[in-house]
Ligand binder design. Structure first.
Ligand SMILES: [Zn+2]
Ligand SMILES: [Zn+2]
Length: 242
């Protein structure tokens, strides 16, 4: 399978990401940063530039990888927030459980048949029935980022925040952040309380990531410099021959 790097912002191509082999003239730092590795037979060209990559044509997308990594990190951070603010983040919904057996295996388990979320009880909308118990299941936090558009260079992402109790399956936790705005409010509050020691750790992690990024860009500059020198040498040679 033949592959090639494609710049998503201008459509230039190069067989290596640093712009050394079979490269469209003018491949620059922006191309380097915005490029994806793609299957050659999935590309649509117009006037020498890629105008479309057909579905399934992108093999490696460095920028997106970085972004996705960032989102997982956000999810991890949020989990840390919860763990630090409430070491035992439990469901605390009121639930009626009945004894049941799993289909097939027949394993006995407690099946939730009625759930009153904590928020609605606090709001006075429900009051727990006598047969209800406070659920002690652990909360699971899930954060999805929906990228806006197909372009990997887009920095705009819509956050999808979901919670789920591992025991009763309740997903209604209105007291917790529901969207980016509420999340940023929680983050502000968290940052105010952030211990210096943890702040130093964040700093170290970020610096390390930035250094790695910088190294890649520097390597690109060095390679283009070397290419330029070589080209100049060849030019002087041809001139001398004449
Ligand atoms: Zn480009
Ligand atoms: Zn629960």
């Amino acid at each position: 399978m033949k592959t090639i790097w494609v710049c998503l912002s201008c459509g230039k191509t190069s067989e290596d990401r640093y712009g050394n082999v079979n490269t469209t003239p003018g491949w620059d730092e922006s191309c380097f940063l915005n490029s994806v590795k793609a299957k050659k037979d999935h590309l649509v060209f117009e006037g020498g530039y890629v105008i479309q990559i057909k579905d399934g044509g992108i093999i490696e997308d460095n920028l997106k990888k970085e972004k996705d990594g960032g989102m997982n990190k956000l999810e991890k951070n949020l989990k840390t927030v919860f763990q630090e603010t409430d070491k035992n983040m439990k469901c605390k919904s009121f639930v009626t459980f009945v004894s049941a057996r799993k289909k097939g295996s027949g394993t006995p388990y407690q099946k939730p048949i009625k759930i009153y979320p904590k928020y609605y009880i606090a709001a006075g909308r429900f009051s727990p029935d006598p047969d209800m118990v406070e659920c002690d299941g652990d909360l699971e936090v899930l954060i999805d980022a929906e990228m806006d558009g197909e372009c990997a260079c887009s920095s705009y992402a819509v956050l999808n925040i979901k919670y789920k109790c591992e025991k009763c399956g309740n997903e209604e936790f209105r007291e917790l952040p529901q969207d980016s705005k509420e999340l940023s409010y929680l983050m502000e509050w968290y940052l105010e309380e952030l211990p210096e020691e943890q702040r130093d750790r964040l700093l170290d992690n970020k610096l390390q990531r930035e250094l790695e990024h910088q190294k890649e860009v520097e390597r690109f500059h060095q390679e283009s410099q070397a290419k330029f020198q070589k080209l100049r040498k060849e030019l002087t040679k041809t001139k001398k021959k004449k």
